[in-house]
Write a protein that binds this ligand. Structure first.
Ligand code: UDP
Length: 240
């Protein structure tokens, strides 16, 4: 587990955005994992997830506040959380400013269609490549298609760890492009789901909002965050 923490990007959101922009303009390929405790737990259970997290070409950012706090407890100076949904929105902005090509995989068909409408209206200079919903049987087909399109940015919203495993499986077919697994971001960006009000975001209690709106998330929250913090405290005692 500690070796995953070692890989978390340390600086603030703006520095990270600058890095992404620089890589985009240099056509340097990047695979970004927007991590929360869940993916680290999967890493301990699933060989392939362990491999992709530790790959030197994988960039890990701390999306969840409990991951940022855990990193700090363990002595890693992660400055702030960098959320997947903010990163996804920023990437749309960058693509619009530079006429970059964007491909999308994930979410329900009606959500994806709404997102495509939003992009066409609010980000008119984006070149939209293949967009595929996340419920098609053969998701590898998406990567086969976009191989020829050579996107600058590819957002995959299937939930973890499937989105990361799929990206990792196909990554070597690409020389450039920013590839990110963005979880439920399409639901928010399309306007289908509301994001937590600004106050919740500022206080880092976005998770509380998500539980109130979707109570079935409470089990997942307990498993991945409450239990996780205890695990980290134990780890910290053993490290000392
Ligand atoms: N999803 C999908 N295909 C699937 C399962 C899930 O496209 O087979 C989508 C789902 O519609 C949602 C996203 O994946 O848009 C996962 O969202 P969730 O809120 O669970 O992710 P989180 O942000 O919590 O990681």
């Amino acid at each position: 587990m500690l070796n995953y923490f070692e890989k978390i990007y340390l600086q603030d959101t703006l520095s990270f955005y600058n890095l992404v922009e620089k890589n985009l303009s240099k056509k340097k390929r990047m695979f970004i994992v927007t991590a929360n405790p869940e993916i680290f737990c999967y890493g301990e259970k699933i060989k392939n997830v362990n491999k992709l997290l530790l790959d030197k070409n994988t960039t890990i950012i701390a999306d969840g506040i409990s991951l940022k706090k855990s990193a700090n407890i363990l002595g890693y100076a992660v400055e702030e959380r960098i959320t997947g949904v903010d990163l996804a929105i920023k990437l749309l902005d960058i693509c619009n400013q530079n006429n970059y090509k964007l491909c999308l995989l994930g979410a329900k068909e009606e959500v994806l269609n709404k997102l495509i409408q939003v992009i066409k209206k609010d980000y008119p200079k984006i070149k939209l490549g293949t967009c595929m919903n996340g419920y098609v049987e053969n998701k590898d087909e998406f990567f086969e298609k976009i191989k020829k399109e050579k996107p600058d940015v590819c957002l995959v919203a299937l939930g973890m760890p499937l989105q990361e495993e799929l990206i990792y499986k196909h990554l070597n077919d690409f020389n450039k492009g920013i590839f990110v697994g963005v979880g439920g971001s399409f639901d928010v960006m399309s306007g289908v789901k509301k994001r937590a009000p600004k106050m919740f975001q500022k206080l880092n209690i976005e998770w509380l909002y998500r539980i109130v709106v979707e109570p079935k998330r409470i089990k997942r929250f307990y498993q991945n965050n409450v239990k996780f913090i205890f695990k980290i405290k134990k780890l910290k005692r053993n490290v000392k």
